[in-house]
Design a protein around this ligand. Structure first.
Ligand SMILES: Cc1cc2nc3c(=O)[nH]c(=O)nc-3n(C[C@H](O)[C@H](O)[C@H](O)COP(=O)(O)OP(=O)(O)OC[C@H]3O[C@@H](n4cnc5c(N)ncnc54)[C@H](O)[C@@H]3O)c2cc1C
Length: 467
């Protein structure tokens, strides 16, 4: 059986290692950081994440869905907080069984490492940072942080799952032996994590089963629940050129002034606000697109290394887990061959997958604007209400853009983008033109939206064909 080297034991790498080991490959999984099961966690590094259907499908494939669900807190909708402290819950779907989950990043990563380590054909090496990959010969040089020496690991095939700042991708970028395209785009906003601690007896200081949002136009605060009663809060704020931005929130007084003005109901829930604000790092938010993901049939990028996205659809990890599912389906076809042609396999995988990861990257940027601005707008709230009613009343006939992306893993991200954007445009146009009238039945409203959506999809197709 082929020897597989997987570089990066984060969420994607550890799931991939487990799955490939289940298929019988000899796996070496190498991670730059220390074993996270043995050290205390860095503060402020995205402590929890939203896990939804596409991610669950990946976990199911490797037989760890049920264990992962034990770490999950269901979030049924967005709890919107206005400046006056009023709240309202906007459900994620009109179908009662559709919700997303808050899950601990280290908790999930530890579960995947534990499961991978149980396999006799997996060897996990920590504290080794990949420095360079020999793309043609499938070997990589690592710096061992314990001995400070360099070591070389050879394999038949390498997977680069070393995240958004991938060293494997850098080796491809620097190679002059093939044409490698690379795009990196930063938002003008950064993020900072804070914590709402648990109340007494691990109680929750605000509603537990929702993703909380304080939308304020240019900036936004969100909070996701943790099992211990705390919430991980993330502030999204411009770096500069704004009344309040990271560049000018430089003193505890400024931080308190800003929070008292924009998020007064949060201030009382974060006792050490200024201390946390200055103690935790500010992270950048970017999109990475690149191609090809494969070099010489020897190395393949996967997860954030291939397609880092901004976090506003809560889909980065989900997409990375879906990568493993899509790859596994293609691998299944090739396993009947005596000697797998990895080059063909990798090419087929990229041809199928890239348009979808490009689509979720674009959708995630759309959702940035939706969350920080649109969720507070009246027309958007009317649209959401209508869509929730459609989904509740006609569960098989209507899926909002959010539901297509988050709950309908049987369709691809690129299909979700195409249909979802057309639907959004259709409903907003119809509402704005006053064509959706109170006296109409819900069924009549649905038919009108469907007709308008089809007309937009048709126009898009014609325009696309003319390109
Ligand atoms: C603020 C924030 C919030 C997010 N929220 C969500 C969410 O709600 N839902 C969701 O689905 N996604 C979310 N994401 C995205 C998600 O975190 C990523 O998409 C996901 O972690 C990708 O998994 P990965 O394994 O590809 O990369 P990573 O999880 O980054 O793992 C990469 C691993 O490689 C290791 N590594 C790096 N360099 C080297 C090297 N040179 N040698 C060896 N090892 C190396 C790293 O230490 C790490 O362990 C969020 C991201 C951010 C920043």
């Amino acid at each position: 059986m082929n020897k597989i080297l997987i570089i990066g034991a984060g969420l994607c790498g550890s799931l991939l290692a487990l799955r490939m080991a289940q298929r019988g490959y000899e796996i070496t999984l190498v991670e730059k950081r220390p074993d996270l099961r043995k050290v205390t966690q860095d503060a402020g590094r995205s402590i929890n994440l939203a896990l939804s259907d596409r991610g669950l499908r990946g976990l199911r494939l490797a037989g760890v869905e049920e264990e992962a669900k034990k770490l999950c807190i269901p979030m049924h909708g967005r709890m919107i907080h206005d400046k006056a402290g009023n709240t309202f819950l906007s459900p994620y779907s009109g179908r009662k069984d559709e919700y997303i989950n808050s899950i601990s990043r280290p908790g999930l990563n530890m579960l995947l490492l534990d499961e991978a380590e149980k396999m006799p054909n997996v060897n996990i090496i920590f504290n080794h940072a990949c420095e360079e990959v020999d793309l043609e010969n499938a070997s990589a040089i690592f710096k061992d942080f314990n001995s400070k020496k360099e070591i070389k690991i050879e394999a038949d095939v390498i997977f680069g799952t070393d995240g958004a700042g991938s060293a494997v991708r850098k080796s491809m970028f620097e190679s002059h032996k093939f044409l490698f395209s690379f795009l990196q785009q930063w938002l003008s906003h950064g993020y900072k994590e804070l914590e709402i601690p648990a109340a007494e007896n691990n109680g929750y200081r605000t509603y537990k089963n929702a993703l909380h949002i304080w939308p304020r136009g240019e900036d936004m605060l969100i909070a996701l629940p943790n099992l211990d009663g705390s919430f991980t809060v993330t502030l999204f704020l411009p770096y500069e050129n704004s009344d309040y931005c990271f560049a000018n929130l430089t003193t505890p007084e400024m931080v308190h002034e800003y929070f008292n003005k924009e998020f007064p109901d949060v201030v009382e829930m974060i006792p050490n606000l200024a201390e946390e604000f200055f103690g935790n790092p500010t992270g950048p938010l970017g999109t990475v697109k690149c191609s090809p993901w494969n070099s010489f049939g020897k190395v393949l990028l996967m997860g954030d290394a291939a397609h880092a996205i901004v976090p506003f659809y809560g889909q980065g990890m989900n997409a990375s887990f879906e990568d493993v599912v899509v790859f596994d389906e293609i691998l299944e076809k090739y396993t009947s061959e005596e000697n797998i042609n990895w080059n063909n396999l990798f090419k087929e995988y990229e041809a199928l997958r890239k348009k979808d990861t490009d689509a979720i990257a674009d959708l995630a940027v759309d959702n940035f604007h939706e969350m920080k601005e649109h969720t507070a707008m009246e027309i958007f709230q009317r649209k959401r209400k209508l869509e929730t009613a459609f989904e509740a009343e006609f569960p098989d006939e209507y899926y909002s853009k959010y539901s297509l992306v988050t709950f309908k893993e049987s369709i691809t991200y690129s299909e979700a983008l195409k249909r979802g954007r057309a639907q959004d445009k259709a409903i907003l146009n119809l509402l704005d033109d006053g064509k959706i009238k109170d006296e109409m039945s819900l069924k009549e409203k649905l038919e009108l939206v469907k007709k308008e959506t089809e007309a937009i999809l048709h126009d898009d197709e014609v325009a696309g064909n003319l390109k």
